[in-house]
Write a protein that binds this ligand. Structure first.
Ligand code: PMV
Length: 334
């Protein structure tokens, strides 16, 4: 029975909106840094019927909603469809039991679905290894079928989600741009609210197309931003990374807020923290950037030299929880 371990990632160019919702095939490329914490572990085994259990880090069981179980069932069905496509239809003969141990508070903008589905994909890779040796690219496709951004956490360091072309199940996949040791960046995560968000990203992706600003977003990413971001990572150009990552995060939220129905993930606290970070870095010339996913949580990504000051800043925020992370190694079997 394999056990896999994985972590979230933080996107610099955000994945928002699909060209094929069911298979989570994105409209555009994205790029992220895989984090080293908090971790998710999954034990996986063959079974007659699907069983899913989830535990918090203190060992207490987390009750799963019907829609969570349905998501794992759907992911298993798509995984089997992909394995059929790879010529091994019997690699998973019936179903599986999935045991999750997660140190991530659910739904607070800390990419728990990315950690869970990258972890699960790695565990599937281990489970079916007697039948087929999946490559990392193939494993990233299995991760993507559960959560698009999960395809990026298969790899450590800095990873792109390549949108590809067409609607085939394997048309979009994760691809590593640079390894973990390439650039030791930190992500100090400031969480203003531990309340669970009401609209998850799966529902959100489906409304992206309704924003009048969505086509311009896709054009900006495909013609300019994705390449600029990858270049900034490869050349360790923090100023360039900051400019493109902040532009893209704010642009994604602009699309969200102008969608039908509008999605408002950022709070007054988010905006206050952003403004304070801007003035802090102006005063002290700190290499730090902010970026927000589908929640009010602010990710402060910074270089090693700025980490101390950013940590102090984060802990000084009233009524906020802080998670300290840095670039990590991606999903692996333990
Ligand atoms: O993987 P999903 O479906 O949870 O989508 C993630 C979307 C964002 O976190 C908002 C952006 C990203 O690229 O991680």
């Amino acid at each position: 029975m394999p056990t896999a371990r994985s972590t979230p990632n933080i996107a610099f160019i955000k994945y928002w909106g699909n060209r094929f919702d069911a298979l989570r095939i994105p409209m555009a490329d994205s790029v992220s840094m895989t984090l080293d914490a908090p971790t998710v572990e999954i034990d996986l085994d063959h079974a007659e019927v699907l069983g899913v259990q989830s535990f918090a880090s203190d060992g207490s069981e987390r009750s799963l909603k019907e829609k969570d179980i349905a998501r794992f069932q759907k992911h298993l069905d798509f995984t089997k469809r992909y394995l059929e496509h790879l010529g091994v239809p019997n690699a998973i003969p019936a179903s599986v039991t999935i045991t999750i141990r997660s140190a991530i508070p659910p739904a607070i903008g800390l990419a728990s679905s990315a950690a869970v589905f990258s972890c699960l994909a790695r565990a599937y890779q281990g489970l079916i290894s007697p039948t087929i040796a999946l490559t990392d690219k193939q494993t990233s496709i299995i991760a993507r079928l559960g959560s698009g951004s999960a395809a990026r956490s298969i790899f450590g360091g800095f990873t792109a989600l390549i949108a590809g072309e067409g609607d085939a199940i394997d048309s979009a996949y994760g691809e590593q741009c640079a390894q973990e040791k390439h650039w030791p960046l930190h992500d100090i995560v400031v969480v203003p609210s531990m309340e669970e968000k009401t609209v998850g990203s799966t529902e959100g992706h489906a409304t992206a197309h309704t924003s009048p600003f969505y086509p311009a977003r896709i054009t900006a990413i495909t013609t300019r931003r994705q390449q600029a971001c990858v270049d900034a990572v490869l050349t360790r150009d923090f100023e360039k990374l900051q400019a493109v990552a902040e532009e893209d995060s704010l642009d994604m939220h602009h699309v969200m807020e102008t969608s039908d129905p509008p999605l408002q993930y950022l709070s007054g606290e988010t905006h206050r923290i952003i403004h304070e970070v801007e003035s802090l870095r102006r005063q002290r010339h700190l290499p730090v950037l902010y970026t927000m996913d589908a929640g009010p949580t602010v990710h402060l990504v910074c270089t090693e030299e700025a980490a101390g000051a950013i940590r102090d800043f984060a802990h000084a925020q009233k009524d906020c929880q802080v998670f300290e992370t840095k670039v990590g190694g991606g999903a692996h079997l333990v």
